[in-house]
Design a protein around this ligand. Structure first.
Ligand code: AGP
Length: 612
């Protein structure tokens, strides 16, 4: 959930680490800080607020004292323990201020270790769990930096990635990873350490990933890696497939809008070389499951959080309807405490854009422990979840920077639709139906473009509804998860209380809330339940509720109940969520724009939730 960036080399470390944590602000931005070694002294600058606040403080300090540093660690924070403040900002140090620690994750036994150190006379300055790390290393340091770090980490429980610098060892940074991501960028006579390689890809495309319980001593020319018992291990560097250009906003005012408009291309990318028109089936090249494995599947469990959970719900409808396989969709943070029953021939699918969501990582490990085979659907190669599963189908959506997930969601749904096609064709679906299914998939990029071309009309609808504080978002069958996803978008970027509900559920209570000041956004593009949702709309109309309906082209009888209508291109029910979701994304974006909220980095949120 936080961003770590370190530099060691001949260049100006202060400028480079500031640039680095600016690129990582999507991971959290309530405070930030830097520790640098200048002329043999460890200097700290830490500020509440975004990195820009820290940068101003550093420029102010630089004007007063000449800071030349070639080793620096920096951090941008999303608070887990201790409110956002200068004191709680990272880096944290020991009582003698000889070492500095930047950390991402949670130290689960931080209170016990804090108590142990306080009994030995150590006085803590902050409310954070991270300070336990720096105080412990400081307490254990007797001259051997690596040994002090290794012994300290051996006492800590939890999931973390961290980097430590020490005043007495100015030419090295020690870093470690346990369940959280950490990448080391290999430069020419310089090294970078970051929570996400995207932050240093403009400097080097070669990286080493630290895995669970590995420690590395990094100097400007070397990386020495060890296991938790300090036995040396060999780490191979990988070439990064990231392009920093993709992550630049370009002509768009927000990353979110750019990523919404990328979807014709990202849907194309998700489909690329993943179907056979000749046989009307899908080709899942990344999924290392043999056809006999796939034929034997008798049950599927899908894990996810937030938007990824909504994608999983859509996958369940498709897989049960077309492949006739029982599917359970589970919210990761709940599932891991259910003591799941895993019968043989169970396929688990872990959906995660970032590949770093701690709840999903923990839940899939629980399933692995019970013998399930795991397929990952992720967007980030080398991410923790991508490394933990048996095989992965990557979204190929490029970096998604906006905290509100958009292009990743539609690509997740495409991947699930391809998986459905593959499994359905191995069971009851005939070749012709498979070929029709593929034709509908191939039409999606152009249909999405049709929706995007109506952005101005969607913006006019958004302006009309932007002042409402409460909304119902309703749908039936595949439009129900579509409604949930659209409601989440409006909630997280416009801070509107949008409640997603199955439309049939309204009469069992929630309809009591319908009145003039609580409009309904109805997603009606589901042929099987269209007449049913029409009657639900009439029940709402009869109680004075305003209705904005998202309807497939040609369904004109909606005109008798809806106050406003947005027509989406027609397709099969299994693929109807895509265009309806595009409407939901743009509607939420333009409402947030109208309400003046922070769109790419909404309050209280972060892009990657790496804490449980
Ligand atoms: C979606 O807009 C949110 N940012 C959030 O719900 C997100 O989908 C969730 O945290 C899961 O993230 P993941 O896909 O990276 O696992």
């Amino acid at each position: 959930m936080c961003g770590i960036f370190c530099y060691i080399g001949p260049r100006n470390a202060v400028r480079l680490v500031l640039e680095g944590i600016q690129k990582l602000e999507y991971r959290g931005y309530d405070s930030s800080g830097i520790a640098l070694v200048s002329e043999g002294k460890l200097i700290f600058v830490k500020k509440m607020g975004k990195v820009a606040v820290l940068q101003a403080a550093i420029e102010n300090q630089l004007s007063q004292q000449h800071l030349v540093a070639h080793t620096a660690v920096a951090h941008t924070r999303w608070a887990t323990h201790g409110k956002p403040s200068d004191t709680n900002a990272h880096p944290h140090s020991d009582r003698k201020e000889l070492c500095a620690v930047v950390h991402n994750g949670i130290i689960e036994n931080h209170e016990a270790v804090r108590h142990l150190l306080e009994k030995r006379g150590i006085i803590f300055r902050s409310e954070t769990d991270t300070e336990v790390i720096s105080q412990l290393i400081g307490y254990l340091y007797k001259g051997n930096f690596l040994k002090a770090v290794q012994r300290g980490l051996a006492l800590l429980q939890g999931a973390f990635a961290l980097a430590v610098v020490h005043q007495n060892h100015p030419h090295e940074v020690i870093c470690a990873a346990k369940e959280s991501p950490l990448a080391i960028g290999i430069g020419e006579g310089e090294m970078f350490i970051a929570s996400d390689p995207y932050a240093f890809v403009n400097h080097t495309k070669r990286a080493i990933y630290l895995h669970s319980s590995e420690i590395a001593v990094v100097t400007k020319n070397s990386v020495r890696a060890f296991n938790s018992r300090l036995l040396p291990i060999q780490k191979e560097s990988e070439d990064l497939k990231l392009d920093v250009q993709e992550a630049i906003k370009g002509k768009y005012p927000h990353y979110m809008l750019k990523e919404i408009f990328e979807q014709p291309q990202t849907i194309q990318n998700a489909l690329l070389s993943r179907y056979s028109e000749e046989y009307g089936t899908a080709i899942l090249e990344g999924a290392h499951f043999s056809d006999e494995d796939l034929l034997k599947i008798q049950r599927i469990i899908i894990l996810g959080c937030g938007t990824s959970y909504h994608a999983g719900m859509l996958g369940a409808y498709m897989l049960q309807e077309k492949a006739r396989i029982p599917v359970e969709v589970e919210i990761s943070s709940e599932f891991r405490y259910k003591n799941p029953i895993v019968v043989e021939n169970t396929l688990a699918i872990a959906i995660s854009q970032s590949g770093e969501t701690a709840d999903t990582l923990a839940a899939l490990k629980e399933l692995k422990a019970k013998g399930a085979k795991i397929l990952g659907i992720c967007n980030v190669q080398g991410s923790s979840i991508a490394r933990e599963v048996d095989s992965s189908l990557f979204l190929r959506a490029g970096p998604e920077i906006g905290v509100a997930s958009t292009k990743a969601f539609t690509s997740q749904v495409i991947i699930l639709a391809l998986l459905t096609l593959k499994l359905a064709r191995m069971r009851l679906m005939g070749q012709n139906e498979g070929k029709q299914y593929i034709e509908c998939l191939k039409r999606l990029p152009s249909q999405v473009k049709e929706v995007l071309e109506q952005a101005d009309y969607i913006q006019s609808l958004a302006k009309k509804y932007a002042h409402y504080e409460d909304f119902f978002f309703l749908g039936r069958r595949l439009m129900y998860p579509t409604a949930l996803e659209a409601a989440l978008k409006l909630t997280e970027i416009a801070y509107v209380n949008a409640k997603g509900y199955p439309a049939g559920e309204m009469k069992h209570g929630p309809i009591a809330l319908i009145n003039e000041s609580c409009p309904t956004l109805a997603f009606c593009a589901d042929a099987v339940t269209y007449q049913k949702i029409l009657s639900n709309m009439m029940e709402i109309k009869a109680r004075g509720g305003k209705i904005l309906a998202v309807v497939p082209e040609g369904a004109t009888d909606i005109k008798k109940v809806a106050d406003d209508i947005f027509w989406v291109p027609k397709t099969i029910d299994e693929l109807s969520p895509i265009c309806s979701t595009l409407f939901g994304q743009l509607f939420a974006y333009y409402v947030a724009l109208e309400r003046g909220t922070e769109i790419d980095q909404p309050r209280n949120l972060a892009k990657s939730v790496t804490v449980e």
